[in-house]
Design a protein around this ligand. Sequence first.
Ligand code: AVJ
Length: 321
Amino acid sequence: MNVQKTSVKLLDVQSNTENFRLEVLTGLNKEPKQLDSKWLYDEKGSSLFEKITTLPEYYLTRTELLILRRYAKEMVSFFGERAILIDLGSGSSEKVKILLDEVPDLSAYIPVDISKEFLKESATALASEYPSLKVTAVCADYTKLFDLSSFNQEGKMIVFFPGSTIGNFEPSHAEAFFKRISKMLTKGDGLLIGIDMKKDPSILNRAYNDSFGITAAFNLNVLARINRELQADFQLHQFEHYAYYNEKHERIEMHIQSLVDQVVTIDRMPILFKKGETIHTENSYKYDVTTFKTMVEKNGFKTEKVWTDPDSFFSVHYLTL
Ligand code: AVJ
């Protein structure tokens, strides 16, 4: 047996269950009902999302990987020497490996994710693949501000935010996110960010309604999580996945729709559902290059370079403070 010793430190900067209870109860008592999409990513949700990224209809991950592979050399040439690479929502780390393979001299790699178990596993696996790399995993909600001052800085801080996760934020929250990141960084530091582009709605609709039903399972899994963690009694077969492109708001909306009139109990509190009523579980905003540039520039960043695929389905932007 080959047991690897690794040097992964884990910093846990959140108290998850209390936030979850409060946000679920608040969100489901709203009109219309809603849940923040970050709650989709428990261990099961994270692994279902990994499956989504390999689906034929879900062009996003595949296309971003293609852009990263093709332009990694040029991307890392912006990082300079001894950079600290902060990977927000690191997931399986497949994307960052493309960059790591091109930067020989990082002073640290900091994967950040809200899903603790998943983070621990993937950070440990990565550390054993890159034995000379200093890896410190941070379990945090990166929609909030967190402290990076303990990482003493030799080179630039580079924040890597792939996957069009920024698309989950309301435009006003995306702006707040840029402001917050800019407070964590100093002049000359960088932000490498992946964005899904506006395109033919039928392509978008297919990407969020895959024929294997994995996206549906991913969406409905949040109900199973609420059942398990908050003593609730959702009957999953009484609900259905519903996702569509909202042209006016330029976003995919993902909902969970109630198939009948019903009452669900969460921690002894009754929640009423009308037949057809939905819980809005995710927005996935789509951008074009110009709109995105304008937004980042309004919030302190300068666009240094934009890379895209031949169909302009996806883009990766390098921004500096
Ligand atoms: C991880 C936020 C980029 O919006 O495409 C995939 C999540 N939701 N299928 C996306 C997701 C449904 C995904 N992001």
